[in-house]
Design a protein around this ligand. Structure first.
Ligand code: GTP
Length: 647
């Protein structure tokens, strides 16, 4: 297939507007997959994608299609198919817009899918501009026209007023009933230009993505921009300077299909003996070793917007968690990982994510695919602090912002975003209130038609990672849509808020907040924690403090003595660990709870076996030691989850 017979295109849309379903239909139309293959959303391969119904990793599929374009005399159409089409599916969620811009780099056009009933939404706007800035030909597709509330004319008017797209160019489809789908591939072939590369130039290919396969090793997805790549070729990487031999090369049709060669304009896969995906830098240029080429423009590196600590639920599982994270980051290079240790939680990792959903998906994959049991700490954004000696540091872990008497914080900055919100006009008031509570600054307020308003706000990133979207949805009865792009750092008045349990700060719960909100957040945090720390035999004081100033305080309820668990206590590590705290937090322990615990320990020793008794008392002592080292009460994971909802 010469480049003029190739089309590389993407499907972009707001979440749930139907792009994965549409991709399935196109794969069926071209017999790339069998109709009714039993697995909807074929390109959504990850378990989490299927469960949550979202696309996380962009996937590519090569299709073959017969079309008369370029053959004015229809009788000349060759059989077999005369066009090769590469469809690159993209994620719709805002956290993964990095994946979207990567996919677009390999395309010359995009189908902009809009739900006929919902109309243009916030991510439609964001994705349109990504495609527009990449100079892609955009084909508007108004999907779900089978719905009773579909109003394609309204959507056409929105596309015209917002993006200046000609209403006559819009295709009307239903990926569900199949209506209108036959227009799509002809439009792709006729309206999207062929890839611009040169067949007779030296090989240059763009590394789009990579993943690790147990049998084949690292598999790279590439777009061949110039020249051709053959099995057995020696290639080199601009980014790392490493040389490799091409062991296997082919297309995704939709599974890996070896072809032995990839020509100019094609998108496919390469296996070249790379050992880890760290060698496969996304956005890198690969070329024939010994040839001289100019590197292709790469991608902007992924920016980590949210950081959180990840710890094994059981301290002894550190190695297992380490292994699981290593394996998973092999396939998700957009997560940054550094080791860290916490007094409260032991050895763990500080991970950087593209957003909260990205973080959630990573956690879910760790648990589902690697069976890891984890505790994650309150997510934070990367703040910048300046000290009296003029030094500046980026703080990714609030606990690391230790008070140093020799150094004073003189200024601090926090990252901000530009948020786009689209809502039915009746919700404008509540949204303005929410954004100003979240320290937002209004930048734009306009109407996209007579029913919907578009608002742009500059908001501190911290304010939107904490439950913003849920609240926005709830005050707009689910009608608001929202997207954001990162913007500059802004000067702010920030303080570190510590949480203390029985007077001991819990490093894993420290957070950085705006000074004006510290009081309220502190109060809410201690109230939430109180709910989550189960009733125990001893009282626990929960405090929130800024430096040495306590700003909120609660104490836990005591467990009714009737409910003390006499025997099974030491079967359950969680409870036993909590009990051990009693001794440590001596200031608040009640003598009767201690005696009850002692009774518990020895109650297991039917018949008075001395060695066993000794062992149990040893274990108890060890508990004391560990507790001293740990210096905190054990908190269930849900508490950490709940804490992150306090804004
Ligand atoms: P992400 O992958 O999360 O970005 O979502 P998506 O845009 O790929 O949406 P998806 O294809 O998963 O479709 C979302 C829902 O809309 C699914 O329940 C589909 O069955 C449904 N759907 C897709 N196309 C149509 C259509 O033409 N008509 C109707 N009525 N429903 C559709």
């Amino acid at each position: 297939y010469p480049p003029e017979r190739i089309r590389n295109f993407s499907i972009i849309a707001h979440v749930d507007h139907g792009k994965s379903t549409l991709a399935d239909r196109l794969l069926e139309l071209t017999a790339t997959i069998k109709r009714g293959h039993g697995q909807p959303q074929y390109l959504d391969k990850l378990q989490v994608e299927r469960e949550r119904g979202i696309t996380v990793k962009a996937q590519t599929a090569t299709m073959f299609h017969k079309h008369k374009f370029g053959f004015p005399d229809a009788s000349n159409i060759q059989d077999p198919p005369n066009f090769l089409l590469n469809l690159i599916d993209t994620p719709g969620h805002v956290d993964f817009s990095y994946e979207v811009s990567r996919s677009l780099a390999a395309c010359q056009g995009a189908l902009l899918v809009v739900d006929a009933a919902q109309g243009v939404q916030a991510q439609t706007v964001a994705n349109f501009y990504l495609a527009f800035e990449s100079n892609l030909s955009i084909i508007p597709v108004i999907n779900k026209i089978d719905q009773p509330t579909a109003d394609p004319d309204r959507v056409k008017a929105q596309l015209k007023s917002l993006f200046d797209l000609d209403p006559n160019d819009a295709l009307l489809t239903s990926a569900k009933t199949g209506q209108g789908l036959e227009q799509i591939l002809p439009a792709v072939i006729e309206r999207i230009p062929s890839p611009p590369g040169k067949c007779d130039s030296p090989l240059r290919m763009l590394l789009l993505d990579s993943y690790y396969d147990e049998y084949k090793g690292v598999i790279c997805h590439v777009a061949v921009v110039d020249g051709a790549l053959r099995k057995g070729d020696k290639i080199a990487s601009v980014a790392t300077g490493q040389n490799y031999e091409v062991l296997d090369v082919g297309i995704m049709h939709p599974e890996l299909t070896p072809t032995g060669v990839l020509f100019t304009g094609q998108v496919g896969y390469v296996v070249s003996g790379m050992r880890t995906t760290k060698e496969a830098r996304v956005g890198d240029t690969l070329y024939h070793a010994k040839s001289i080429v100019l590197p292709l423009p790469g991608f902007k590196p992924a920016k980590h917007m949210v950081f959180s600590g990840l710890y094994p639920a059981d301290g002894s599982d550190f190695d297992a968690l380490n292994h699981a994270i290593e394996r998973l980051t092999c396939n998700d290079a957009s997560v940054s990982v550094t080791k860290e240790s916490s007094t409260a939680l032991g050895m763990g990792f500080r991970c950087g994510f593209l957003g909260l959903l990205h973080m959630d998906v990573f956690h879910q994959r760790l648990e589902q695919e690697y069976g890891a049991r984890i505790i994650s700490t309150i997510p934070t954004v990367p703040y910048i602090f300046e000290y009296s000696d003029g030094s500046k540091i980026q703080v990714q872990n609030p606990a690391s912002l230790a008070s140093n008497p020799g150094k004073r914080v003189t200024a601090c900055w926090e990252p901000s975003v530009i948020a786009t919100i689209i809502i039915p006009s009746e919700y404008v008031g509540p949204v303005i209130t929410l954004c100003s509570e979240r320290r937002g600054e209004q930048l734009e307020y306009s109407f996209i038609d007579n029913q919907r308003a578009l608002m742009k706000y500059r908001l501190p990133l911290r304010e939107i990672i904490v439950d913003f979207y849920n609240e926005l949805k709830s005050i707009t009865s689910g009608y608001a849509t929202f997207d954001y792009e990162d913007s500059e750092y802004q000067k702010s008045d920030l303080v570190k808020l510590d949480i203390l349990l029985n007077g001991q700060p819990v490093d894993a719960m420290a957070t950085i907040v705006h000074n004006l909100k510290a009081q309220r957040i502190g109060r809410e945090l201690v109230e939430k924690l109180k709910k989550f720390i189960d009733r125990q035999m001893f009282e626990i004081t929960i405090q929130a403090a800024i430096g040495s100033k306590v700003i909120a305080r609660e104490t836990t309820f005591l467990l009714n003595p009737k409910h003390w668990i006499p025997d099974s206590v030491f079967h359950n590590d969680w409870i036993s660990f909590s009990l051990r705290q009693t001794l440590h937090f001596g200031s608040s322990f009640s003598p009767c709870s201690i005696s009850a615990m002692r009774k518990n320990v020895l109650a297991k020793c039917y018949g008075g076996d001395v060695t066993r008794k000794k062992k149990l008392l040893e274990k108890q002592k060890e508990g004391k030691k560990r507790m001293k080292r740990v210096g905190s009460v054990d908190i269930p994971q849900e508490a950490f989850h709940e804490l992150l909802k306090v804004s």
